[in-house]
Design a protein around this ligand. Structure first.
Ligand code: GRF
Length: 192
């Protein structure tokens, strides 16, 4: 993709459902000089998602949708994305599955971070499954979003060694720390 500088930063929406540590981290990344993105919108399916507070801190527009009627919700989201001139979407702990139609409208412009070394452990409880399988390494992956869950082309991955002392909680902590490095690095990789 073309190199983005100064005025033509990519208008980005972040989709979250929970604590939003990746969202907060991407906000920080969007403020550094060499960043290719500006964050203009945060969308959530959870009204009291903790991460939404980061939007208040820096005055980013936030919008919550209940997703009861997925088709109708996606229609509303698409209108909002158009209105805000959003051209890039980062899913960051977003727990809803977007439809094929929605993804096609943003083809190649939606990315996600997942707490495993994909293609291993798509879906939930990645660290629990890694421990149950006595894996020697865990990790995180940034990938393009396609209609198949956690299956799009991998942009970047970080491998982390599992030690004998590790638990699900310790792995979650270690992996999340690496996610905060990996997500900005993957965005840099796409646009530079
Ligand atoms: C992260 O582990 C991410 O990989 C997964 O959900 C978690 C979100 O954490 N998809 P946070 O809300 O960014 O703190």
């Amino acid at each position: 993709m073309e190199k983005l500088t100064g005025l033509n930063k990519l208008k980005t929406a972040i989709f979250i459902s929970g604590t939003g540590s990746n969202f907060n981290n991407l906000i920080k990344f969007s403020k550094i000089k060499k960043t290719p993105i500006s964050i203009n919108l945060v969308i959530s399916n959870v009204y009291n998602a903790k991460g939404l507070r980061y939007a208040d801190q820096i005055n980013i527009k936030k919008k919550v949708f209940n997703f009861k009627d997925i088709k109708d919700t996606e229609k509303k989201i698409l209108i909002l994305l158009k209105k805000e001139k959003i051209d890039f979407i980062c899913l960051a702990g977003f727990m809803k599955i977007l439809s094929k139609d929605f993804i096609q409208k943003f083809n190649g412009k939606i990315i996600n971070i997942h707490p495993s070394l994909l293609p291993k452990y798509k879906g939930l409880n990645t660290h629990r499954r890694a421990i149950a399988n006595k894996d020697k390494f865990v990790g995180c992956t940034v990938h393009y979003v396609t209609e198949k869950l956690d299956s799009g082309k991998i942009i970047m991955q970080k491998k982390i060694k599992v030690t004998a002392k590790d638990s699900v909680a310790s792995l979650a902590k270690k992996v999340l720390k690496q996610e905060h490095k990996l997500y900005p690095a993957a965005i840099m990789k796409i646009f530079n």
